[in-house]
Ligand binder design. Structure first.
Ligand SMILES: [Zn+2]
Ligand SMILES: [Zn+2]
Length: 187
């Protein structure tokens, strides 16, 4: 009788821990995750114990899923190629690249990013919501400024607006210059 093959995860160290609570894998606590289908280089596959033991997947134990600490993920709806899909989402603490404060990328936000908006699974927010908002606002102002500066014969209100945008951007010299121009036209 041939010797029973040792499962791969017993042959080397297992890295299977719940992404959410950090508990290591115990039988019977991952029923909701095993069997989830995902595709690997175009082949339809389902999650096995071996997959979890590689430590490459982000998954959550049944208890975390049941208690709502983690949200179940649907790999079929995610966009991935050379990264593993999410099997569960769990609140995730990041440090903002701009203000350095830590912020939470919530499980619900993650599900929205990867399953509704269709972002690649490896993309993560590098800035906190406040800084992201500020950045979007700055970009919008930059675009508006570019359009205003293209005007061949700007009227007073356009010049006042240019001045105001420069002021928000911290360029006081230009803000003053355009304000003077605006006032000249207005009078
Ligand atoms: Zn857990
Ligand atoms: Zn920030």
């Amino acid at each position: 009788m041939p010797a029973k093959k040792t499962p791969r995860y017993l042959r080397r160290e297992s890295r299977a821990v719940c992404t959410c609570c950090g508990s290591s894998l115990a039988s019977g606590t991952i029923k909701r995750t095993l069997g989830l289908s995902y595709s690997s280089w175009g082949n339809e596959r389902s999650i096995t114990l071996d997959d979890l033991h590689t430590g490459r997947f982000r998954w959550a134990c049944d208890r975390c899923l049941k208690e709502g600490l983690a949200l179940p993920a649907n790999p079929v709806k995610q966009l991935y190629c050379d990264h593993e899909p999410y099997l569960a989402y769990c609140d995730w603490k990041h440090a903002c690249r701009s203000c350095k404060r830590s912020f939470i990328f919530t499980a619900a936000e993650q599900k929205h990013w990867y399953e509704t908006l269709g972002f690649w699974v490896q993309s993560v927010p590098v800035r906190c919501p406040d800084c992201r908002k500020q950045l979007r606002r700055r970009k919008a102002l930059n675009t508006e400024l570019g359009e205003l500066l293209k005007l061949k014969d700007p009227d007073a209100s356009s010049l006042f607006r240019i001045s105001a945008i420069y002021r928000v951007m911290g360029n006081e010299a230009k803000a003053k210059r355009y304000e003077r121009l605006a006032k000249k036209i207005a009078t």
